[in-house]
Structures are given as structure tokens and as C-alpha cells.
Design a protein around this ligand. Structure first.
Ligand SMILES: [Mn+2]
Length: 446
């Protein structure tokens, strides 16, 4: 939560009492919202992101629609992650408009430099609706500029007229999402509507210190959840019991939700990549793939372990496990600035092809049927351009897997890696990967 900025108001009111009350209003608004257990970043970090983004495009007005509040009860409200990245704003129905920093050599400089660089449009409050979904912040609430940290805050109904005014000075529109693209094409026929994620992705891929701390927190909570599941794991249990223990663990730790639907797949289900029914009874002699992680303070983690239900791997399970672990270690050792995920994938697959065989004597690389890793941040599969080479501050997973349906045997090991200037840091190091260590930890957990 950010500290209050001085109110923008300049109306003459020189008595001390009025000034004090004015200063306290933003504090009061903040207090109203402290009920949420989310640790948000300070407003200046969002302002810096918008500043950086403004240097990534020149001839367009950028429009981002925040998520709307849904009528159904299946999900809570979750902000669109590009919107969250650029504003930190967690209320429904908002629209953000950015214009590029005017260039002095631009013939339209004089005209463009007079326009606002950023506007946040907020829906007016609807008291009858607030009875159902709670108090909102409206565009006319006192202290709203300081609360949002955006230079200009206007009521949502002014969006169309303001956009028309800005489009007199810029030819194109940038936005994200098929719905927004369609709506803006209708609103501004004849204008080019360009995908804004191309200019947002390069920003989101490199994490700030504050973001790395939040991803580490989500990772720590997820490691604790995995350790809790090891304690609960025993033959005869159902997959959903393991998933329940893990969800309970990270929710109790203050995390708001899972970063994705929990995957607990035993026996034949261990070979199903995104298995999420979690309804099977687990037996001794099988392995279970546990791909579960938390989202805490809006940031995700992503961790997978494959463990023997009865506490000990069979020789064949261990053989395949060691090939996957070797492939993971080879890829991790190769992480450094400049390398691409494609190059790391080849290293992992080459390792699999050089170690171990299937029941017919064929190499194992063909059983690795998904990508080796992805960026993680506000989303578990974070917005990225995967052809970009690694840079210090990026956070990725390395998750090789071998899935052999014929043997009812799937093994995936997935860890969180922070790219550093010299290599990488294993953010999920606290959760054992080595098969001996893992069996020991399982035995101790009982
Ligand atoms: Mn993953």
C-alpha cells in the first residue's frame, strides 16, 4: 500500500483544520481498503513502468481495459494482469489511456506535448450494486488522484470523447485482447488497432527487486505446501486429499489462490500433462506427479515434484527420474544472460536422448512432449516473447518431463529460476529434488 501523496487540489483554504483534513482523506481511503490481505507495490513503481512503456511506442494512443466484475459466482474478481502491471489498480471496470512521450523533432510536438500523458477512467459508484459487491472507489471520491497515482482521473463516461480528442493527434491505437480490439475498431473506424502486448512484454519479462521478492514469497509458500503434501502422502489416499492439504497450506500462509488448478496425478494419470480431476485412489508402487503452486500478493510460482506413493522409487522409476533430473540439471547449468529457452530445451532433450531407454530400446527424448520452461510473474505463464535471450532479472521455470504411458510412468520436475548476471539462482532450492534426499524427506515426514 502506498503512502499518501499531497492532494492536487489548489482551492484556497488556508485554515489549518481544512488542510489537515485534506491530508487525512487519502489515508482514510487507504484504511478502508486495508481489509484486503494483498501487499501491493507502491504507486511510484507503477508510474515508472508507465513511463518506460511510453518510450516503447510513438504513433499511437494506448488503451487498456481493466477486468469487469462478473455476474456469476464461480470466480472472484481478478484484475487483468497487464492492467495490474501498469497501475496496481484492483477494482473493476477501469480503463487506462497512455500517450507516448512527445519527441522534440516531431512536427506535431507543440500540439502533442499539450495532451495528457496518462488518464485513468473509473466507473461512477453505484450504491445499489455496492450492496452486493462492496464499496468501490469512484472518480469523484476525494483524494482519488493520490490513491491511484495516475496523473489524471476521470469518470468512465468521458472515455469515448477523450479518446476522440487524443486520436486527433495520433493515427493508431494500441490495446490487448480480442474484445478490446473489436470494441476500439468500432469506436474508431479506419484506425489501425495494434497489439499492445508486443510493447508490454519486454517490460514484464524483467522483474524488479520488489517483484522478485513477491515471487520468492509465493515460491516459499509453495515449497511449504509440497512439504505438507509429503507428510500426508500414503497409499490408499485420493489425489484430491493431497491437493486439499496443499491448498490449505498456502491459503493459511496468506496467499489468495493457487497460481493454476492443482495437478495431482498418480499412476496412469502421471502421464497426463494437465490432469486436474484429482479423483483417483493412489497405491503403493506408483509415482504421483504433484504440480501445485500458490499465487501470493498477485505473483505466481510454479513447482512440480514426482514422488513415490509408498515412499521408495522402484528401480525403473528411479532410472527414469534420474534421467529427468539430469536433464534439468544440465539445462539449469546452462542458464546465463544471452541464452534462449530454445537452446536450453535442446540441452535437456539431448541429455534425455543420451541417457536411458524405453522398453523397446529407443531413446527417451521423444517422451518429452512439452516446452522446457516459461516466464513466471503476475501470471504463471507470464507475458513474454520466448525468442528473447535471457537477461538478469528474468524469472523462468525449468520443467523437463518424461511420460511413458506404456509403463504408467510420468516424471516431471519443475523449479523456479532467477536469471542472474553470471548464471541463475534456484528460488525453489528448499524443496529436495535428489531421489535419495527426497526418499529421506518422505520417510522423515511420517
Ligand atoms: Mn510450469
Amino acid at each position: 500500500m502506498s503512502g499518501p501523496l499531497p492532494p492536487h487540489s489548489t482551492t484556497p483554504a488556508n485554515n489549518r483544520y481544512t488542510q489537515t483534513v485534506r491530508r487525512l482523506i487519502p489515508l482514510f481511503l487507504i484504511a478502508l481498503h486495508l481489509g484486503a490481505a494483498i501487499d501491493t507495490l507502491p504507486n511510484p513503481e507503477f508510474a515508472q513502468r508507465r513511463d518506460k512503456l511510453r518510450t516503447n511506442f510513438s504513433d499511437a494512443v494506448l488503451v487498456l481495459h481493466g477486468a469487469k466484475e462478473s455476474e456469476d459466482l464461480h470466480y472472484g474478481f481478478f484484475q487483468d494482469t497487464n492492467f495490474l502491471y501498469l497501475t496496481g489498480w484492483e477494482e473493476p471496470g477501469a480503463v487506462l489511456v497512455l500517450t507516448p512521450n512527445p519527441d522534440k523533432d516531431d512536427p506535431a510536438f507543440a500540439e502533442r506535448s499539450k495532451l495528457p500523458r496518462e488518464i485513468l477512467f473509473l466507473p461512477q459508484r453505484v450504491p445499489s450494486q455496492e450492496k452486493w459487491t462492496g464499496r468501490k472507489l469512484g472518480p469523484l471520491d476525494p483524494g482519488i488522484d493520490a490513491r491511484t497515482g495516475v496523473a489524471v482521473v476521470l469518470p468512465a463516461e468521458r472515455f469515448e470523447s477523450e479518446l476522440r480528442r487524443l486520436l486527433e493527434s495520433y493515427p493508431n491505437i494500441r490495446t490487448t485482447g480480442t474484445e478490446s480490439i473489436a470494441a476500439l475498431k468500432q469506436l474508431a473506424p479506419g484506425r489501425n488497432v495494434i497489439d499492445a502486448s508486443l510493447v508490454i512484454a519486454p517490460l514484464r519479462m524483467t522483474k524488479s527487486e520488489a517483484e522478485i521478492a513477491r515471487i520468492q514469497h509465493a515460491t516459499d509458500a509453495s515449497v511449504q505446501a509440497h512439504l505438507a503434501s509429503w507428510k500426508a502422502m500414503k497409499p490408499g489416499q485420493y489425489e484430491y486429499e493431497i491437493s486439499a492439504v496443499m491448498e490449505g497450506s498456502y491459503l493459511k500462509a496468506g496467499c489468495r489462490r493457487g497460481a493454476y488448478a492443482p495437478i495431482v496425478g498418480s499412476g496412469p494419470n502421471s502421464t497426463v500433462l494437465h490432469y486436474s480431476r484429482n479423483s483417483r485412489r493412489m497405491d503403493s508402487g506408483e509415482v504421483t506427479v504433484i504440480d501445485v503452486a500458490a499465487e501470493c500478493d498477485n505473483y505466481a510460482s510454479d513447482i512440480t515434484r514426482t514422488i513415490p506413493v509408498g515412499g521408495k522409487f522402484t528401480p525403473r522409476q528411479r532410472e527414469v527420474y534420474e534421467v529427468v533430473l539430469g536433464a534439468q540439471n544440465a539445462a539449469i547449468a546452462a542458464i546465463k544472460p544471452g541464452v534462449t529457452i530454445q537452446e536450453l530445451t535442446k540441452i535437456a532433450r539431448d541429455y534425455m536422448n543420451a541417457h536411458g531407454k524405453d522398453l523397446h530400446g529407443a531413446p527417451l527424448g521423444k517422451y518429452f512432449v512439452h516446452g522446457l520452461g516459461h516466464h513466471v510473474g503476475l501470471d504463471v505463464h507470464d507475458l513474454s516473447n520466448t525468442t528473447f535471450p535471457m537477461k538478469a532479472g528474468m524469472v523462468i521455470t525449468i520443467e523437463p518431463g518424461i511420460y511413458i504411458p506404456e509403463e504408467n510412468l510420468g516424471v516431471r520436475i519443475e523449479d523456479m529460476l532467477l536469471v542472474t548476471t553470471t548464471g541463475s539462482k534456484l528460488m525453489s532450492a528448499a524443496l529436495p529434488r535428489d531421489p535419495d534426499e527426497l526418499e529421506r524427506a518422505l520417510a522423515q515426514a511420517k
